[in-house]
Design a protein around this ligand. Sequence first.
Ligand code: UTP
Length: 306
Amino acid sequence: MANLRTCVFPCAGFGTRFFPATKVVPKEMLPLVDKPILQYGIEEARDSGFDKLIIVTSKGKDSILDHFDRTSELERSLRERQKLDLLAEVETVSRMVDLIAVRQKDALGLGHAVLVSKDAVGNEPFAVILPDDVILADEPCLLQMRRVFEETGRPVVALMEVQPEETSRYGIVAGSPDGGRRFRITDMVEKPKSNPPSRYAIIGRYILPPEIFPQLQKTPRGAGGEIQLTDAMRALVREGDFYGYVFEGKRYDAGEKLGYLKATVDYALRHPALADEFREYLKSLFDDGKASQSSRPTARRASARR
Ligand code: UTP
């Protein structure tokens, strides 16, 4: 079986759901406690055995690459001032991975972002991580999925069960359980308005064969003038076995404000240096009804800021 070592990170979207914060700062660089969102995805790929990491960027997103680059001046200054803990953290990030950058010149959708990585990926199966889908899990989500790929040699997407009223926000799969957490997919529908074929939503982790590229090249622009990855994956579903895996863990949509806040709270409550004090702070807000009331801005205070 072909070696699975490449992971693509599409990072070229506009991040409009997080405006105005993401007007200039890429959403992948927003901090989740003390690391940028993208770093969690990079660590997941590394911990799942991927060592060829491809970032799809666009204009204005160079800070993504800078973050994982050496910062010699900063490192020298920290060394001179004997700030060795900070130095170790900075060096860990720059030594973590070597990245390959490819550019998506027009934001023509996720399918197009994956297509522009074609030459960098080559003729091998590869994974895709959408960095704003942050997954907190004991075992990295992509590692869970890698096992299914190694057992079957077939494409795998991560699935999450959602509430019936949420199905219209996701790509939803049709098919049947295939033992344990595995699901055999027979079709997929992007954001069904009614009659979803199941409650299993595709979230931002994929293991795909190189045959996805010719499908993407053939895929016409769909909703919003974008080339949809789901459309190309549907063509693969028709050609052979295609699996879903209901991953173990919790997923946050950190690309929108509420999901980002939830992720921030949960990650902070797991942070060794912050958890205890932060938990006490949250408790104080909820134990003391008055405190939570007073922390709510009044209409006058809110409008005074405008
Ligand atoms: P999203 O829809 O979550 O990201 O795309 P977006 O388009 O940046 O966000 P909103 O909807 O405007 O808030 C999923 C992933 O695909 C990437 C995004 O960067 C994100 O990681 N993407 C999307 C691209 O790389 N290129 C595109 O043309 C579109």
